[in-house]
Design a protein around this ligand. Structure first.
Ligand SMILES: NC(=O)c1ccc[n+]([C@@H]2O[C@H](COP(=O)([O-])OP(=O)(O)OC[C@H]3O[C@@H](n4cnc5c(N)ncnc54)[C@H](OP(=O)(O)O)[C@@H]3O)[C@@H](O)[C@H]2O)c1
Length: 386
């Protein structure tokens, strides 16, 4: 029987790459469920091409549009919570989560409770609810496989030793479009400059996160939960070529790295075929064409997200939910042209300073902290406007 795959967020950058990968993998893999939020034109094209058994549209207005467009061609779920139903579909063996932001949290949690294979690109739920999610995965016998290229690299490198033998995890990052800049240089940067990532082609939110290095900050917390290591063992290394996707140093001093072209198809494919490796669509790495690889330390003074990530990870509880939600809201404001680039991290830091961190027992407490931080950012912006 082919492996049945549900792609949550099939209209996004990861979702579209995942469809390319599955198509290239051939008949052993089958798309059985797809979801979109607003881009129903693309979802309709995908539905006609891949013939899923079920689709979902999370935005209600777009769902009505899709229904009218497809005229009953495919069974459909709709509304903000419908992805939790999609992951339970009998024919789904693997849930690939490619929704952006905390909006993906309920569906990732529901998928973790199914006992199915979970290929996770949507990092924010792991950041916010890593403890609850990894517990659900253990209790329900699900398998969690990372798609984020850094975490896929770490996952692969970890197969060279035991977890007790890990000295350090080194997460690499290109440094984004503002590598080497000072706070002064960043005062007047434009949206267009912030969206011009030097090596990766991704959705708008993660591209801005890569410019502030918030993406790396989220990845530190993501790695802490995925690999169950203390955050002190996780370090960031700036590597502008984006060829070495991350490294693990073991206690004997050996450093194991995974290398490849900056192309998300490779980690997506590995999460689907693991533990097997098969030929795929990714471009082959030719190191002789790359020439030199460079590494440098990040600048925590200019890129405040990095030291904040360690503080948040150490604090635990609701801290990461507030950290992430403040960032999502500030990035939306920046993408809409309503705030300056440097205000993103100012707003995040403001929220963290005001947040009353609570220890957690359930998802609702995290959702409360998330809602509080979104409101706090809006409140702060109203004060600026007055
Ligand atoms: N892009 C990359 O290379 C990359 C690499 C590593 C990790 N990631 C992670 O993967 C996730 C997806 O990133 P992306 O770059 O693919 O984002 P993207 O291009 O913006 O796509 C986001 C997807 O989520 C859907 N969506 C948006 N809001 C939603 C909501 N409220 N409820 C349900 N679905 C919603 C979108 O639907 P519509 O388009 O139909 O509105 C789209 O399918 C993020 O968590 C990101 O951090 C991405």
């Amino acid at each position: 029987m082919p492996q049945g795959i549900a792609i949550l967020g099939s209209t996004g950058s990861i979702g579209r790459n995942a469809l390319r990968v599955i198509e290239a993998l051939g008949p052993e893999y089958r798309v059985v469920a797809l979801s979109a939020h607003r881009n129903v034109e693309l979802l309709a094209q995908q539905t006609r091409r891949y013939k899923p058994k079920l689709v979902a549209v999370t935005n209600r207005d777009s769902a009505a549009e899709f229904r009218a467009m497809m005229d009953g061609e495919v069974p459909m779920l709709s509304g903000p919570d419908c992805l939790t139903g999609l992951v339970q579909c009998d024919q789904v063996d693997t849930v690939l989560t490619a929704v952006v932001g905390a909006a993906g949290l309920p569906s990732v949690m529901a998928a973790a409770e199914t006992g199915k294979r979970l290929a996770v690109a949507n990092k924010e739920p792991l950041v916010i609810a890593g403890e609850l999610l990894t517990r659900a995965v253990r209790e329900h016998g699900s398998t969690l496989l990372p798609i984020d290229s850094e975490h896929s690299a770490v996952f692969q490198a970890l197969q060279s030793g035991r977890s007790s033998e890990v000295q350090r995890i080194l997460l690499t990052g290109s440094g984004g479009p503002f590598r080497g800049a000072t706070v002064e240089d960043l005062q007047e940067v434009t949206l267009k400059q912030a969206l011009s990532h030097p090596t990766w082609n991704m959705g708008p939110k993660i591209t801005i996160d890569s410019a502030t290095l918030m993406n790396k900050a989220l990845e530190i917390i993501e790695a802490r939960w995925l690999f169950d290591v203390p955050v002190e063992k996780i370090e960031v290394l700036i590597h502008p070529e984006s060829i070495v996707h991350s490294l693990v140093e073991f206690v004997d001093g050996s450093v194991i790295a995974q290398l490849g072209e900056p192309d998300m198809c490779l980690p997506i494919q590995y999460a689907l075929t693991y533990p097997r490796r098969v030929a795929g669509v990714s471009k082959r790495l030719r190191l002789e064409e790359i020439g030199a690889l460079h590494f440098e330390r990040p600048d925590p003074q200019t890129f405040r997200a990095l030291p904040l990530a360690y503080e948040v990870a150490r604090a635990g509880g609701t801290a990461a939910a507030a950290f992430n939600a403040a960032n999502e809201t500030a990035v939306e404001e920046f993408l809409a042209g309503r705030i300056k680039f440097l205000q993103i991290m100012e707003l995040v830091e403001h929220c963290l300073n005001r947040h009353d961190i609570r220890q957690i027992t359930c998802l609702d407490e995290l959702l409360e902290a998330d809602a509080w931080a979104r409101k706090e950012v809006k409140k702060r912006l109203l004060i600026f406007d007055c």
